[in-house]
Design a protein around this ligand. Sequence first.
Ligand SMILES: Cc1ncc(COP(=O)(O)O)c(C=O)c1O
Length: 385
Amino acid sequence: MMVDEPVHYLDYAATAPILPDVREAMLPYLAERYGNPSSIYATGREARKGVDEAREKLALAIGASPEEIVFTGGGTEAGNIAVKGVAWANAERGKHILLPKIEHHAVLDSAEWLAKIGFEIGFLKVDRGGLVSPDDVAAKLRDDTTLVCVMLANNEIGTIEPVAEIATICRERGVTTFTDAVQALGKIHVDVKALGVDLAAFSAHKIGGPKGTGALYVRRGVRLVPHTHGGGQERGRRSGTENPAGVVGFATAAEIVTGELETEPLRWTTLRDRLRDALLRLPDVQLNGHPTDRLPHNLNISVKGVVGEDVLLMLDAKGICASTGSACQSGSVEPSYVLKACGVENKWAEGALRLTVGRSTTDADVDAVLTELPPIIERLRSYKR
Ligand SMILES: Cc1ncc(COP(=O)(O)O)c(C=O)c1O
């Protein structure tokens, strides 16, 4: 495909294009305000001011206090700091951690690594729609449980978890709760105090900010052992020279998307539902994830009799960017571990397709999918007959 052909970008859960105002806000920090925020002269002080203001803005967007924000190099790093940091800080009290198998790899793999060094991981059940049950959390908490991780919204199927209820149960038992809110920010209202969680992870590039920038909310008083040591930046929780351009871009994006929560998600839902209704009318197509408790921009379907990656390649040839939701590892195409955890059979899971709309999506993009996708499915199915 030529680069100047129109692209129908329907993969907002993977990443979002940088918002023009975000780029504008970042540029001075890539030019004249290049100083190290720890330096005392003017350009350093300007960089420090940018970081401080970004912290205040992000805190406001998520209902936290500025000193509860730890800027990180993205959502993955925030998840790693949370899971390992809380586990280590509480290791003398207990080594049991609970989480569902549908967590992002940032969390799952951190927990699996902890399991190799003596921690015990318990898995929370999820139903067919991907929902964790607060009752299951209550039943599985033990005296040596120190951490419960439940993501606020799943990246593949968009299911929104009952995190506030889970956090209440954990708080009563003195157990720390961490939520990966990377996919939720800017899509639904996220207020860390209302959720009652102790830690929450965020990522800039999912909301129109720069890649490689994120944040961890750490409620005041939470015990956390840092995993990077050095200059003591971010209150010693994440050493390393701050990224003024990145965090300024992140905070600007957070301010914009949270300011649009009353309007944009409604528009996405209309676009998403049009896609959903038309695609579910095709034979042997089913919805993945929860029918109602899901992010407003997420559609995940399974098309029986095709392999999701084949569909993606053919959509790409038509200028349509989508995803299967699952990662291809070492050349082999494994059905999504999230769908597997939800009990979706392989014959359906291998034909998964995720379409996530966003700020730039219009009816023309939906029309393009509805024109191109049905014949692609038909063609791929005909090869198998
Ligand atoms: C739910 C979830 N958590 C964590 C991450 C990782 O964020 P980042 O890409 O900033 O490392 C992602 C991104 O794919 C995500 O969707």
